[in-house]
Design a protein around this ligand. Structure first.
Ligand code: V0D
Length: 254
């Protein structure tokens, strides 16, 4: 007997006969949370209102991922390129982790969620980093969903650092050229110890990776929607997962 979770019927293409099959869940879902600024602009609101509304979607999708049994949820919150935005916007964004955690950390703990961060810590303001690190420490012994925030993250930088660390080991004769393989590389990426994403979701209609997890997404299913991130609902998340479950995953084999 196959256990199925029936999606509520809404305005999407979801049909009442389309179930999310709980036995074929993606283990790791990664999301590019795009369209917060555009969502605000369409409503005549400042971009910051879009970012704030996007935070509510983070909460919503985290809870839904947990409920469905997803093990890892990686969210692209701030890229290494986002520093080019106006200073006022960057300043606002850097306050969001603390704001989010003040409101949500207790419930995340109650739900056994593990908060993690992937990115380059050096350039982050100390109040941002300390809020995130406090959440990481407080949830380190939890065993449920891993909620991994990509914060000041860039895939090229991540790969360059991995390559430099391998080169240093070769130079110091701790490794030879023949020792270098995909596992050696994967172990030095910020996702070391995590499985690769099974599914990438990008909202707001852009069809690019934008320097996000380029090594790890090599075999992932990609799912794009025009929906802006602040409007991304549990129903849209289920839709993405159902599409993932429908696709034959062949890993380039036969
Ligand atoms: C703005 C949409 C949660 C994307 C979501 C600093 C853009 C809302 C966090 C967060 C952001 C990060 C780490 C953490 C807890 C929460 C967050 C940023 C932007 C960039 F430990 N939302 N959120 N961080 N936005």
């Amino acid at each position: 007997m196959i256990k199925r979770l029936w999606a509520r019927l809404g305005k999407s293409s979801l049909q009442p006969t389309d179930p999310v099959a709980l036995e074929n869940m993606p283990e790791h879902v990664a999301i590019i949370m795009d369209g917060n600024g555009r969502w605000a602009k369409d409503r005549g609101l400042p971009r910051m209102a879009g970012h704030h509304s996007g935070m509510k979607a983070v909460k919503r999708i985290t809870m839904e991922a947990d409920r469905l049994g997803v093990k890892y949820l990686t969210l692209y919150a701030f890229s290494t390129e986002n520093w080019k935005r106006p200073k006022a916007e960057v300043d606002f964004l850097m306050k969001l982790p603390q704001q989010f955690l003040e409101i949500e950390l207790d419930e995340l703990i109650a739900n056994n969620v593990q908060v993690r961060m992937m990115g380059h810590k050096e350039d982050l303001p100390s109040f941002t980093l300390s809020a995130v690190e406090e959440a990481i420490v407080k949830t380190a012994n939890n065993t449920g969903l891993v909620l991994n925030f990509a914060l000041n993250y860039g895939s090229r930088k991540e790969m360059l650092e991995a390559i430099k660390s391998i080169a240093a080991d070769v130079q110091q004769e701790r490794l030879t050229l023949d020792d270098i393989n995909e596992n050696v590389m994967a172990d030095r990426l910020l996702t070391s110890g995590m499985p690769d994403p099974d599914l990438l979701i990008r909202t707001s209609g852009e069809l690019r990776l934008s320097n996000f997890m380029m090594w790890q997404l090599a075999y992932s299913e990609l799912w794009f929607t025009d929906v802006y991130w602040p409007e991304f609902s549990e129903k849209h998340f289920q839709e993405a997962i159902m599409e993932y479950q429908r696709r034959a995953r062949r890993y380039g084999g036969l």
